[in-house]
Design a protein around this ligand. Structure first.
Ligand code: ASP
Length: 439
């Protein structure tokens, strides 16, 4: 049995939390490969090491040398090593790292040093080997080079335990490249896939996914098991416990992800499993997630269904403007484009409407903003008759007008659009219907 464990920033914020990590790792011999983030916040007004390093990169660009922000990074690592009483020449390591940062003077390189230093410290604490991902995680044309899986496997061979720094790797020109923010989750998945782990444990500061946003419904139910595709739907809609790209490497190999809480290791957490290993429980809906601020462009044209090329012309306008759309619900003679309002520049919506009118000649075209999308997700939905009837009755009883409906082809999600001001009320009504009402 092999487990790859990734620990997030709050699990590594200071010496005390690092000792918790050590305890967790050592309590299970299967926990052999550890992937670390950079130290996060110790309290809400604190700074994340990675944020301080981005600040360091800016200082370095301006002045050619590290400054105040790097002094804070150094102080934090010194205090961690001191607290843990580790035999590491930390001042020397930090001095050398500062020289490297000044020499490279590159944002990705600088940002990656949080994970690099955390990896060295954690390896020393666990008495494990440290693996610099520069040597094993390779990028080619901006994507992960599959050779990385072989390199990781070779690097850990024969090692009882190893610590790999998260968040970065090296490109084809030998330059350090970081993943997007929160990317250590992805690094953990890459390592899990490389060693063909039995499980990828992702240790964080919450006990897994909740059935909906706790700011809307106090203490919602936890989600014990999710499938990869349910995870994809929920995290796309803003349920962000895990980096949304982290499931891709492990999904290919059917490796389950287990989200766990470093501060409450007794909690069950959430298991994310392949669809094939999922057993339908009594719940129809697994979770509800949503986002505000979308714009809908609604079009009507008689006999749209029979017209060849209508959609092509409409999407051509979007392509020219470099706008991606999120959803495209359509009927026989109607079609809507759902666009994240943030991607629309000033006046662009009017230009898009005008160009669609000119090129695709709809009978009517109308755009409205201020729309929230709510995704109701569940493997059980495709097998249960009457789910949408229950959903829309609950929304109607809450007195909310539905502005748009989109059901994904996989039948595991229904997305409803409502006005922003009705967002919270709708989520609450759906939660009450599917999680609190007696079935
Ligand atoms: N330290 C990086 C960040 O703050 C990556 C990570 O924590 O996963 O985004």
């Amino acid at each position: 049995m092999i487990k790859v464990c990734k620990f997030g920033g709050t699990s590594l914020a200071d010496g005390t939390t690092m000792l918790r990590v050590k305890e967790i790792v050592e309590s299970d011999p299967a926990r052999r490969y550890i992937v670390v983030s950079a130290p996060g916040k110790r309290f809400s007004a604190d700074s994340k090491i990675t944020d301080l390093l981005y600040q360091t990169a800016r200082e370095c660009k301006e002045t050619g040398s590290v400054g105040e922000a790097y002094a804070k990074v150094s102080a934090r690592f010194q205090s961690i090593v001191h607290e843990l009483d580790l035999p590491l020449p930390i001042c020397e390591i930090l001095r050398r790292t500062a020289e490297d940062i000044e020499r490279e003077n590159d944002e990705d390189f600088t940002a990656s040093r949080g994970e690099y230093l955390a990896g060295i410290v954690m390896a020393s604490l666990l008495g494990a080997a440290f693996i610099d991902p520069r040597t094993v995680v390779k990028f080619k044309d901006g994507r992960l080079d599959p050779r990385s899986y072989i390199l990781v496997r070779e690097a850990v061979k024969g090692k009882r335990r190893a610590v790999v720094a998260g968040f970065y790797g090296e490109d084809e020109n030998g330059k350090v490249r970081t993943l997007s923010r929160g990317g250590s989750d992805v690094s953990g998945a890459i390592v899990a896939r490389a060693v063909m782990a039995d499980e990828y444990e992702n240790w964080t500061d919450v006990s897994g996914f909740l059935a909906c946003d706790p700011h809307i419904v106090p203490s919602p139910a936890g989600i014990g098991t999710l499938t990869y595709r349910e995870l994809r739907e929920l995290s796309y809609m803003g349920a962000n416990v895990l980096h949304s790209e982290s499931m891709f490497p492990v999904r290919e190999a059917n490796i389950p992800i287990h989200i766990r809480n470093t501060f409450r290791p007794q909690d069950e957490g959430t298991r994310i499993v392949p669809e094939s290993k999922y057993r339908l429980g009594e719940r129809v809906v697994t979770g509800i997630a949503g986002k505000k601020n979308f714009t809908v462009v609604y079009m009507e044209k008689s006999l749209m269904n029979a017209e060849i090329g209508f959609t092509h012309k409409v999407l051509g306008v979007l392509t020219r403007h470099g706008i991606s759309f999120e959803h495209l619900p359509s009927g026989i003679d109607t079609m809507s484009l759902v666009i994240d309002s943030e991607v629309l520049k000033d006046g662009e919506l009017e230009r898009v409407e005008e160009e669609i009118g000119r090129e695709a000649h709809p009978d009517h075209i109308r755009a409205f903003g201020g729309v929230s999308l709510i995704a109701v997700v569940g493997e059980g939905m495709s097998r249960n008759v009457g789910t949408s009837a229950r959903l829309f009755r609950a929304i109607a009883e809450a007195g909310v007008n539905v502005r748009m409906i989109d059901q994904g082809s996989s039948e595991i999600n229904i997305i409803v659009g409502v006005d922003n001001e009705n967002y919270e009320r709708t989520v609450k009504a759906i939660y009450e219907e599917f999680f609190l009402a007696s079935e």
